[in-house]
Design a protein around this ligand. Structure first.
Ligand SMILES: Cc1cc2nc3c(=O)[nH]c(=O)nc-3n(C[C@H](O)[C@H](O)[C@H](O)COP(=O)(O)OP(=O)(O)OC[C@H]3O[C@@H](n4cnc5c(N)ncnc54)[C@H](O)[C@@H]3O)c2cc1C
Length: 399
């Protein structure tokens, strides 16, 4: 038995709590949905996942899973597989995109506990989906939830499913969220992102943030000699009706045309690219009602500038399952889940919003900020990451 299988066997025997008597229907087979399904199944619940897409898959893009998300993967017995299917980042480097110069190097190799992992999203989804199936979860694709009642879900094909708990893990455009909060629409944040994966066989396992006025690019390598690219530009408008599209590689080159050759070299290798409008809701006021509950982007979508949306979703999943297991009364359990998660999620979202501003500075503010980073990087590099101890060192599995 390899290390991964051995630890799964151990975690399969998690204590018998209230979830043993529960049936759970999860709407959405993204990271939040699969993580929640797995956390409930490992605590004995009878779990079904319903995903509207034809298969569980993610289009090419990377995902940084920080130690706070990693502790949950480890507690679920997935640490060894996660190590196998990701790279361990050794540093974060803010870069000046105009000059191509490195501003500072912040060491990630000495973080406490779990590593800072760089995943291809499809690999993380695959690990979670396989673990779900091994734990008895049934996953139904091509199942779009259209009507969400207190104890039932009706699908577009007409089928109805009943469950003791209905989990809305259906992302930014959630169908469940408005049931709990009334209708609202995500708002455009004034930022557009392009995402692509290119071939880059010998890159160091470092996440680089290339900053330019009104724009930035994040690059990091992935297993298999690939590099993930997310390029962001501030924009006034997003007139399209949908929220992500294929775009022309030349569009990204045009936006960063004044940047250093190092940046243009990377961008010139982009062959296919998707463009996303970055939309947000405020954090949902109500995360639960009766037997319905939301988590992940359905409850609190965040801008990607702290790399926490998926990490927070994984944390939510653990806390939700653990709380429902420990507290028999579902109303009390769901209220406790919301109150324990909300302050942390709001804090992370606040920092992500601040980062958006800091990455895009221009003129004198940009020069001062870069000089500050250079000084911290040279004199006290540990301090830069220390200010994120509250985020990365948090271990929901010990709560
Ligand atoms: C450019 C970019 C970079 C990012 N980088 C990072 C990062 O490095 N680290 C990080 O932690 N986070 C990152 N994030 C955020 C992260 O991607 C999201 O927070 C995370 O994927 C949310 O997961 P989710 O499962 O809640 O939602 P989703 O991934 O949106 O999944 C929702 C699922 O529900 C399904 N669904 C929707 N409606 C229905 C329905 N009615 N019936 C059935 N199924 C339905 C959808 O098809 C989908 O599969 C990034 C985001 C962006 C945009």
């Amino acid at each position: 038995m390899n290390a991964a299988k051995k630890s799964i066997a151990t975690t399969k025997t998690m204590m018998a709590g209230a979830n043993h008597r529960r049936s759970v229907a999860v709407i959405g087979g993204g990271i939040a949905g699969l993580a929640a399904a797995l956390c409930f199944a490992r605590r004995g619940a009878h779990v079904r996942v319903f995903e509207q897409a034809q298969e569980i898959k993610e289009v090419g893009a990377g995902l940084q899973i920080t130690p706070n998300g990693g502790v949950v993967l480890a507690a679920l017995g997935l640490g060894a597989e996660a190590d196998e299917m990701s790279l361990k980042a050794t540093g974060i480097e803010p870069m000046d995109a105009l000059s191509g110069q490195r501003i500072a190097h912040f060491d990630l190799s000495n973080l406490h506990g779990q590593p800072y992992r760089l995943f291809h999203r499809a690999d993380l989804l695959d690990i979670l989906a396989r673990a779900c199936v091994e734990s008895g979860v049934t996953i139904t694709t091509n199942a779009r939830a259209d009507e969400i009642g207190d104890t039932h879900v009706r699908f577009s094909g007409g089928e109805t499913v009943h469950a003791d708990l209905i989990i809305g893990a259906d992302g930014l455009h959630s169908r469940v969220r408005p049931e709990l909060n009334g209708a609202d629409a995500p708002f455009f944040t004034g930022q557009v992102a392009w995402r692509s994966v290119i071939r880059m066989p010998h890159a160091e396992p470092v996440a680089r943030i290339w900053m330019a006025p009104g724009r930035h690019i994040v690059t990091y390598p992935l297993i298999g000699g690939r590099m993930n690219i997310v390029a962001v530009q501030e924009r006034d408008d997003w007139s399209d009706e949908g929220w992500h599209y294929f775009d022309e590689p030349q569009s990204v080159l045009n936006v960063f045309a004044d940047c250093a050759p190092e940046v243009m070299d990377i961008l010139s290798q982009v062959q296919t690219v998707r463009r996303w409008g970055l939309f947000r809701h405020p954090v949902a006021k109500h995360w639960h009602d009766g037997r319905r509950v939301i988590l992940g982007d359905a409850a609190h979508p965040t801008l990607p500038f702290l790399a926490q949306g998926a990490n927070l979703a994984i944390e939510d999943a653990w806390v939700l399952a653990a709380t429902c297991d420990a507290i028999e009364d579902l109303d009390l359990a769901l209220a406790k889940y919301q109150s324990s998660r909300r302050p942390r999620v709001e804090r992370a979202i606040g920092v992500a919003n601040e980062n958006a501003r800091n990455y895009h500075l221009s003129g004198i503010k940009r020069r001062v900020a870069h000089a500050g980073l250079r000084t911290i990087g040279a004199a006290t590099p540990g301090l830069f990451l220390k200010r994120l101890d509250w985020l990365y060192d948090h271990d929901v599995t010990k709560g």
